[in-house]
Design a protein around this ligand. Structure first.
Ligand SMILES: [Zn+2]
Length: 308
């Protein structure tokens, strides 16, 4: 790492325990920390033959895998503003099947009544599932991507209170101890300061309320086999969790962890084949005709259920 990168990027300590010591675990051939912000912008979206990300270190104290050098908050704001739909290629139906699995886990621990808070609901697939089958009275949705707001607003029914905010760092609009169900699906590993957000969410939860977090699992077989080619090693994840480290992160924020499980994701066969090729640098599109077949896989995601 050269001196100019230290100036242009953020230097971080462990996002869970604030320790500064650790050992490097995985890096790309060209290190993101050696490039300028301008040249990294084109690697933010999509799949390139040359994969570039900030190096990941394992914290010597709590074992969390994180990037000691990462984008600054204003750079992230810029990048997320140009975010493309990263689920392109997976049908709505399959995404709903995956979310259905998350909902079944939620139902085992919560009666899904009262007030609902979701960080990063995107187009609201999980929110919709909860509206349909839960008995919720109020919805707090924090979604920075305003282009999906029309889809989110369409979910609102007249008899329920629906509040959508762009700023996930302003949870202060939610009264303390008012929320019964908290949801973060693929959010925690995107946050620069996950510990702070977890603590803030906890202050909004009522006693015995449930928080559900879905994250990637950096200890999964897929991650071990693919090594630096594992897709979640990318510019969007300043840290990545495994069942142990996500538990630690939750407990540090004052939560009681009830379970951490592997989740089932449904993928079209064609999408999987395409991405396996892409991961090895071969860009193909001719497998689209294989669509129609879907594959349930425990691919490397985990769901954590915690109590406030
Ligand atoms: Zn740590």
């Amino acid at each position: 790492m050269n001196n100019s990168s230290q100036a242009s990027f953020l230097l971080r300590e462990c996002p869970t325990c604030k320790s500064k010591s650790g050992s490097p675990i995985v890096s790309s051939t060209i290190l993101a920390e050696d490039l300028s912000f301008k040249s990294l912008k084109k690697y933010w979206n999509g799949f390139f033959k040359e994969k570039i990300f900030f190096s990941y270190t394992r914290c010597a104290n709590c074992a969390t895998l994180y990037c000691p050098v990462f984008f600054k908050p204003d750079q992230l704001k810029d990048l997320y503003a140009s975010m493309e739909d990263n689920t392109a290629g997976i049908s709505l139906n399959l995404m709903k099947k995956t979310q259905n699995g998350y909902y079944k886990v939620l139902k085992q621990f919560s009666d899904v009544r009262g007030e609902y808070l979701e960080i990063g609901p995107d187009i609201g697939l999980f929110t919709e599932r909860c509206i349909k089958d839960g008995q919720l009275t109020k919805y707090w949705l924090f979604e920075p991507n305003t282009s999906v707001w029309p889809q989110l607003s369409r979910l609102a029914r007249e008899e329920t209170a629906f509040i959508i905010s762009p700023d996930m760092f302003k949870l202060s609009i939610v009264p303390d101890h008012s929320v019964n169900v908290g949801i973060m699906i693929h959010v925690l590993d995107h946050l620069l300061d996950p510990a702070e957000i977890l603590k803030e969410i906890r202050s909004k939860l009522a006693p015995n309320a449930i928080l559900i977090c879905v994250t990637h699992d950096e200890s999964s077989l897929l991650a071990k086999v693919m090594k630096s080619r594992w897709p979640p090693y990318c510019l969007q994840h300043p840290q990545l969790y495994n069942p142990c480290t996500v538990r630690t992160a939750m407990e540090e924020a004052g939560f009681e962890v009830l379970t951490v499980r592997k989740t089932v994701n449904y993928f079209p066969l064609s999408y999987l084949i395409k991405h396996i090729f892409w991961a090895f640098g071969i860009k193909i599109n001719f497998f689209d005709s294989a669509g129609g077949v879907s594959v349930p896989l425990k691919l490397g995601n985990i769901i954590t259920v915690a109590r406030a």
